[in-house]
Design a protein around this ligand. Structure first.
Ligand SMILES: N[C@@H](CCC[C@H](N)C(=O)O)C(=O)O
Length: 286
């Protein structure tokens, strides 16, 4: 059994599993079993492995609740930083995931910033299934029955694939569950996609709702907040610094001019501690 921390990043349900000192992985079977229990159901597992030369504070595997792997999880990264700051005085951290290097900084007791890297807009790298000369406006091949705003999206990768539909009305007035699961698995997205609805509410604010790839409807998705912010700025809807309002609170997003990196700032919260078998998902609270 290894340490498991039940945490959340703005309501995004996270399990931090401490795999340092081990070479085995948290299995998809363990993820599915943990998600099936109401006390441990989660959006992402952040499995923290030993530091390496290119990852001084550890390697992170990210698992969605369906057992699939993700390349990025902004809210989960803040939870890992919060977990580690209980054992060190450091405030700057450097991790690595399957998508590359990931840097984070604790700014205060409440706030953590994650450098989510540079966004990717090239259709082959997002990836989309076919050429899109302009990824700010990609059309789904079939018309949306109820609303043309739900047929056209901006595509971006923050390490993981995102489709952002800019809508004219409040995001809660749309039934994202009616089309999110279908869009997530649309043939246009060979690796599936995180599907978001974004309403621009001012030149420096957005509201956002996300149906996450591999996890479904969540209270917050940090990488989606970044993808929505860069897509809004790219299309002149907002500036490069925005507040993104998610169902459970706000994230500050700054798409820096100098190095093109996206900095996401928000809170992380610890709920309870336990132990888990990373192979089977058997667990207990401590
Ligand atoms: N909740 C996350 C994103 C998690 C990964 C996503 N479901 C995927 O498969 O890409 C966040 O806070 O960024």
């Amino acid at each position: 059994m290894v340490r498991m921390e039940r945490m959340n990043g703005l309501g995004n349900k996270i399990l931090v599993i401490d795999m340092r000192g081990r070479t085995d992985r948290v299995t998809p079977e363990a993820a599915i079993r943990l998600d099936a229990h109401p006390d441990t159901e989660f959006d992402q597992i952040m499995a923290l492995y030993d530091p390496r030369e290119d990852a001084p504070d550890g390697w992170i595997d990210i698992l969605n609740s369906d057992g699939s792997m993700a390349q990025a999880c902004g809210n989960g990264t803040r939870c890992v930083v919060d977990y580690l700051t209980r054992e060190t005085d450091k405030d700057r951290f450097a991790f690595r995931t399957i998508a590359g290097a990931l840097f984070a900084e604790r700014l205060s007791d409440r706030l953590i910033s994650v450098n989510m890297g540079a966004p990717i807009f090239d259709w082959e790298k997002i990836p989309l299934a076919g050429p899109a000369a302009d990824t700010t406006h990609v059309a789904l091949p079939e018309p949306h029955e109820a609303d043309p705003a739900l047929q056209r999206f901006s595509a971006a990768s923050m390490g993981n694939p995102h489709a952002v539909f800019f809508v004219p009305r409040a995001v809660d007035s749309y039934d994202i569950l009616a089309f999110g699961p279908r869009y997530e698995r649309h043939p246009l997205f060979p690796e599936r996609a995180n599907i978001s609805l974004a309403q621009v509410t001012s030149p420096s604010s957005l509201s956002l709702k996300t149906f996450e790839r591999g996890a479904g409807l969540t209270l917050a998705c940090g990488s989606a907040a970044c993808a929505a912010a860069v897509s809004a700025a790219r299309t002149g809807r907002t500036g490069r610094k925005v507040t993104v309002y998610l169902p459970a609170g706000a994230l500050e997003i700054d798409w820096r001019e100098d190095d093109d990196h996206v900095i996401m700032t928000g809170p992380a919260e610890h709920e309870w501690s336990g132990r888990v078998d990373p192979k089977t998902g058997e667990w207990c609270q401590t």
